[in-house]
Design a protein around this ligand. Structure first.
Ligand SMILES: [Zn+2]
Length: 228
């Protein structure tokens, strides 16, 4: 009788173990299926967001995002950038939360790449995320930033960099405002420079004047003379 009990106990133990292993396996499979589904959903959302941004922006400033760019040397970057700006943009370090220039900046204007001056984000899409880093729900133009997956923290995150010079900017997450794009572009202030709307207007006027004088130089001297 004793041996019967022993066999039955062993059999019960084996059954419990097998059931536990089976349940763990099912849970694991479900978790990964959810990840894949989320991934597909996220990229669809990202595309919808970037399409929306594209149609909102129009094609007016697309030209700015297709200008040729001469990459700067490490020496030049070290000369032009502060230590934290260099470490964040070139080595993908992260600045401290709340101890950075723009996390609480509420002024209206444009955030540009600190390395190459490309316009990246606008105050209109900046929102209070509570993270201590400047957060936006969309870039200024879908062509302004590019992304790739990184595993710095052992789990995949979507790294965001300047589409023109490749400067590291931060990461994008899927916990942004649900009534907007659902995206949170969590940026480092050290990767950005900021111009108020007025400063941007002055810059735009200066550029237009420069373009006009360039065009005048390029046109025939007789044409230029006949205008006066
Ligand atoms: Zn850049």
């Amino acid at each position: 009788m004793k041996s019967f009990h022993a066999v039955r106990s062993a059999y019960t133990l084996v059954c419990i173990t097998l059931t536990a292993v089976f349940l763990l396996g099912v849970t694991w499979l479900q978790a990964h299926a959810d990840d894949r589904a989320n991934g597909a959903g996220n990229s669809a959302t990202a595309k919808a967001a970037s399409d929306a941004a594209a149609s909102a922006e129009g094609q007016s400033d697309d030209e700015e995002y297709s200008q040729p760019y001469q990459p700067k040397s490490k020496t030049q970057l070290r000369r032009e950038l502060t230590s934290i700006q260099y470490r964040v943009t070139q080595n993908e370090e992260t600045e401290p939360a709340f101890r950075n220039a723009f996390w609480n900046n509420k002024r209206e204007g444009v955030y540009r790449c600190v390395v190459c001056d490309l316009p990246l984000f606008e105050s209109g899409t900046k929102y209070k995320s509570g993270t201590g880093w400047p957060s936006f729900w969309a870039p200024k133009n879908p062509k302004a930033v590019a992304t790739r997956t990184d595993y710095v923290l052992f789990y995949p995150r979507t790294e965001v960099h300047c589409s023109r010079c490749g400067a590291h900017l931060g990461h994008v997450f899927d916990d942004g405002p649900a009534d907007k794009t659902g995206k949170r572009y969590c940026m480092n202030s050290a990767s950005l420079s900021f111009n108020t709307t007025e400063e941007e207007e002055v810059l735009a006027a200066k550029r237009a004047a420069e373009k006009k004088s360039d065009d005048a130089i390029k046109s025939k001297p007789t044409d230029a003379a006949s205008k006066d």
